[in-house]
Design a protein around this ligand. Sequence first.
Ligand SMILES: NC(=O)c1ccc[n+]([C@@H]2O[C@H](COP(=O)([O-])OP(=O)(O)OC[C@H]3O[C@@H](n4cnc5c(N)ncnc54)[C@H](O)[C@@H]3O)[C@@H](O)[C@H]2O)c1
Length: 428
Amino acid sequence: MKVAVIGTGYVGLTTAVSLAVKGHQVLGIDVVKHKIDRLMQGQSPIYEPGLDQVLKQVLEQENIFFTTRLHEAKEAQVIFVCVGTPEAANGEADLTYLHAALQEIEELHSQAPVERVVVIKSTVPVGTGDHAASRLCHCADLHVVSNPEFLREGCALEDALQPSRIVVGADSQKAMNIMKEMYKGISAPWVETTRANAELIKYASNAFLATRISFMNELARLSSEIGTDVSTISQGMGLDSRIGPQFLRAGVGYGGSCFPKDTIALLNLAKRHGVNLSILEKVREVNATQPLWFLEQLHKQMPDLYGKRIALLGLAFKPDTDDIREAPSLTILDALQRSGALIVAYDPVASNHVKELFPDAEYTSTPEAVFQGAHAALLVTEWKECVELDWAKIMEMMEVPLLFDGRNAWPARALEEAGFFYKGVGRS
Ligand SMILES: NC(=O)c1ccc[n+]([C@@H]2O[C@H](COP(=O)([O-])OP(=O)(O)OC[C@H]3O[C@@H](n4cnc5c(N)ncnc54)[C@H](O)[C@@H]3O)[C@@H](O)[C@H]2O)c1
């Protein structure tokens, strides 16, 4: 099928490439010209494992092209909208980019009125799809579908090709059939519903995952007081098939481009309808304080951080991505700088993004180098190279061997036996 994808960020680019892999003719569109130039050369503007290689392959097969102009997509039967929906100043989702994309689609359709489906893949508040459908209702043969995305950065391509589920909200069988045809080569449980249900499934899923994380982070705080081990607690809980092991790891709090903005958007949506989602309020509160709670553990050992050299390992909001949106590392960096600490940080791919926000910190090109002369080291993102380290060498490099493991990923017992002071998140 001929498919256009508006927005070539984490979601749009992955969607475009995976559909091209499945043999569709895909046109990726973005307003940022240098992204398009890079993409046409087979270089992904975002870091996503495996994406560059598959991108080059589909470009060679001529299954994918990129442009800044939607009107080159006159023949597109399906147009995906994958633009950002960031948090607006009032906490609601900012739909400016979405409305701009819909406007362009309206113009395209008036020039080339073929039967087509507009698929809203961006995460949008309940009612947005219905609103878009009424806005575009004068466009004959144009269907609006809600098809939220559930991919995880770091394994986005894999998730797009083998999704946990495909949720499609539509109000016509014709649109549903076109969507089925488009996803024919991808096998996954299929949820057929209304646009509003599809939109809420997305927000509810993210809110629930965020809830699990904050729940474990509070249990970690309790564990820390009573001498239990939250890693073991989560292992024991996760073996219950009614609970499952995912998203039960305590840490420095969730971040990223989705959970923070989607939880606040859902709260605001509920508020507008007179409903108080009190559990979710608490989830956000725990998350906002979790990086600070983590830093308190450092302060307990080192009350005065002024002039102290503090090593940070990992800056991206999670491993295998360069995304630093709402990353806990930013809160930690900010608080440490305010305390007068000298920060030396390492991340395999995200340092350049963080450097723009914190130019005064020092950034190293290897994980080991951060330990040189450090008075304490903090694991913030559990990249493999930040976890698998030569601890004997590090013991020699550190000024003071204090380790704070924000992801419970370092080998606690071995480190203590080797003479380090080790403090995890709720780990005995
Ligand atoms: N990143 C994730 O892990 C993820 C997962 C599931 C859902 N989502 C949702 O998907 C949406 C996109 O997220 P993302 O992380 O890919 O965002 P992103 O910021 O990485 O990408 C958005 C892209 O859209 C482009 N754009 C904006 N307006 C445009 C227009 N009018 N025409 C063409 N291009 C335009 C931007 O230049 C940018 O490249 C959001 O609603 C997000 O909540 C994200």
